[in-house]
Design a binder for this molecule. Structure first.
Ligand code: 4AD
Ligand code: MG
Length: 461
């Protein structure tokens, strides 16, 4: 019989003979019987297989250690043991790959998350990373499902780009030039005309500008791809390589986008609550005592919309002593964001209308002349999870802003064309995928929710 995945086992299969492939999580022996906890990555706990000394290779079976790979054929029976519905009465245990016992870095005892990061090639086999990556998989599916159900077009924008979409200058250069002998131009600067693309290019920080092009042709679109930032932020919520979901909607203003954003976040969290009770209970027990309560709260609560100016006022009157002082015009730090969402309003916040000075060039200027139609969604534990805005759709206003930001107009002429030919109000946002996974799993450090984290000083694996 073909092998089954452990997660598909159910009552209907009782008394049938099944074949299961996987890895030994633990094995303990008692009076001529071995209890093997078998894991194939499809569920949280795996399944127990019971092998007794009648099996012809029992001598090998009784030496199986954590990490070995096996194929087990046996009958599915109700388990007499507590906490598990079924177990397998093994009729055959084929040993596929042994795991050299003591040397295997993942032993039964718990390991710290820091240690696991050093063995990122083996940590996917742990129950913590197992839970995280099954949830990550579901979130990614749910994101596509949400947008596809609403007729959004999925567009793949380029990774190599000549544009700095956020205008923050935190980009990784991409070149095919010999770094040891760079060609120079008459001014002594690196001659990028001799480079592969004939110009200097980088890894993208955001797919937004490309998404705008497509929104002005397909109305509602989204990107979901990798983005890169060379910002030297050594924090628990920053990565140098992360995935971003960026919907972009034509004929949509900021207020309309707020409605969609809330619906979207509730939808993807709702799917995880429905499908991942086992994983969430495990993560709650291990890492975040309020995990389920917080997720359910967010799923049910109406988000509050607050302007930046109101937020500054609240922060100034709060009586809290913040590390970074607050006054109108400063960028909010995560301590401020967390105070607002965790302590003051105790719910998710759409923070809108930020000062023009601290936001990107493409945001729509408000009529007050001081603020732009920006939106950040703030969540407890994290602070900013989403950043977005209505876009400046007036040619002259956009062109002025680009000049103020020192952007070379020639480079962005194609972007200005969108305002020359059939311009419409349009809006979009970016959701950091790992921030979402971090929030839903309750993991404290963003490095534990991506397969191989890229952070300052580390790109191992
Ligand atoms: O606020 P950001 O910089 O916005 C943009 O890039 C816009 N172009 C998005 C848009 O309007 N289409 O980034 C968006 C989100 C943040 O809210 C945060 O969740 C995440 O991306 N993010 C990061 N996640 C992990 N590591 C980093 N270094 C991140 N920087 C931003
Ligand atoms: Mg932002």
């Amino acid at each position: 019989m073909a092998s089954l995945r452990i997660s598909t086992i159910n009552k209907k299969l009782l008394n049938q003979t099944l074949t299961l492939n996987g890895w030994v999580r633990t094995r303990r022996g008692s009076k001529g019987i071995s209890f093997i906890q078998l894991y194939d990555g499809s569920n949280q706990d795996g399944i127990q297989a019971v092998a007794d000394q009648e099996l012809e290779n029992y001598a090998e079976i009784s030496k199986l250690t954590t990490g070995a790979s096996v194929s087990i054929r046996g009958r599915l029976v109700e388990s007499p043991a507590k906490g598990q519905a079924f177990e397998i009465q093994a009729e055959e245990v084929k040993i596929i790959g042994t795991s050299s016992g003591e040397q295997y870095p993942l032993q039964k005892k718990g390991h710290t998350l820091e240690f696991l990061r050093e063995i990122a090639h083996l940590r996917p086999r742990t129950n913590t990373l197992g839970a995280v990556f099954r949830i990550r998989n579901t979130l990614s599916w749910a994101i596509h499902s949400f947008f596809q159900e609403r007729n959004f077009l999925y567009v793949q924008t380029p990774i190599i780009t000549a544009n700095d979409a956020e205008g923050a200058g935190e980009m990784f250069h991409v070149t095919a030039l010999e770094l040891e002998s760079l060609p120079r131009n008459a001014q002594g600067k690196v001659d990028y005309e001799k480079d592969f693309f004939g110009t200097d290019v980088s890894l993208t920080v955001s797919g937004q500008l490309g998404a705008e092009v497509f929104a002005l042709a397909f109305t509602d679109v989204y990107t979901f791809g990798p983005t890169f930032r060379a910002e030297n932020s050594n924090t628990s919520r920053h990565l140098a390589e992360f995935w971003m979901i960026e919907p972009e909607m034509a004929f949509t203003d900021l207020q309309q986008m707020l409605v969609l954003t809330e619906e979207f976040l509730k939808y993807v969290i709702g799917v995880c609550l429905e499908r991942h009770e086992e994983e969430l209970l495990f993560l709650q027990k291990m890492y975040e005592p309020d995990l389920l309560e917080t997720l359910k709260h967010i799923h049910q609560t109406q988000f509050e919309t607050l302007s930046y100016t109101e937020a500054i006022d609240i922060l100034q009157k709060s009586g809290e002593s913040f590390e970074y002082p607050v006054k109108w015009g400063v960028d909010l730090q995560s301590e401020h964001e967390r105070f607002l969402t965790e302590k003051h309003l105790k719910k998710p916040i759409n923070l809108i209308d930020y000062p023009t000075e601290i936001k990107a060039f493409y945001m729509k200027q408000n009529t007050d002349g001081k603020t732009v139609a920006a939106m950040d969604v703030l969540f407890p534990r994290l602070g900013e999870i989403v950043g977005g805005s209505q876009r400046e759709d007036a040619l002259e206003a956009l062109s002025d802003r680009m000049k103020q930001h020192g952007l070379q107009q020639e480079k962005y002429d194609w972007y200005l064309d969108l305002r020359r030919f059939g311009s419409v109000p349009h809006s979009g946002f970016g959701l950091g995928f790992e921030r979402l996974v971090q929030f839903v799993t309750g993991m404290k450090n963003i490095r534990d929710v991506i397969p191989f984290p890229r952070v300052p000083g580390n790109a191992k694996f």
